[in-house]
Design a protein around this ligand. Sequence first.
Ligand code: SF4
Ligand code: SF4
Length: 232
Amino acid sequence: MRLLMREGKCPEAGRENIMRYEWMDTYLLQKRGVTKDLQETWNWIRYHVGGKMFAAICLGADGKPYYINLKLEPAEGEFFRTQYEDIIPGYYSDKLHWNSIKPDGEVPDELLKGMLDKSYRLVLSGFSKKKQREILGLSCCGTECAACGYYGTMCQGCNELQGRVFHAPEGKPCPIYACAVRKKRMVNCAECDILPCSIWQETKDPQLSENAFQKSIENRINNLRSDKKHGI
Ligand code: SF4
Ligand code: SF4
């Protein structure tokens, strides 16, 4: 793919532009629902969640990065800018919410990871909770509906059916959906301190053996918790 320089826009021509955060692309792409593209006119690699940008790497004419852009709550962005001279108001962006980080500066890796996580969460949380589940590709109990053999034929997924799936009690939503989504207004059970609760233990597919059921609980918790690990 051809990389183009946005004419005359590189703010610090002549800077060496060494990327010390080589892990960044892999780190961002392992988050659920993330896509990336190259905005050729600007020469920015953009990372989106649900179609909205939450991070970007601004490239110079030589294809090397000169800024990393990410979004933070205004007060937090302001605080970090006072702590590190390598964090400045967002280059070519809304300077209240966006921040630019020099890719060859002194910002520690773990801090940048934390800021990227926050940016991802901030943009994701701008969507409705239903839409967030859709973007994450997980039902509220951590099931990947699209990977289920019934999905699209016998079942349209608990998100679309508001929990009234074929295995739910007649006329009622599935008890996990009823609790997490309707009662507690959560995106999913990962937000709950008592996961996996008694409702989980009681919501069993009768076709599963006890072992298979416990394995399914483990897998669903892993899905939910690995999302947490990746900054959700
Ligand atoms: S157990 Fe409930 S919450 Fe989980 S996928 Fe089925 S209907 Fe949805
Ligand atoms: S109590 Fe917590 S873990 Fe159990 S279904 Fe409700 S939200 Fe999910």
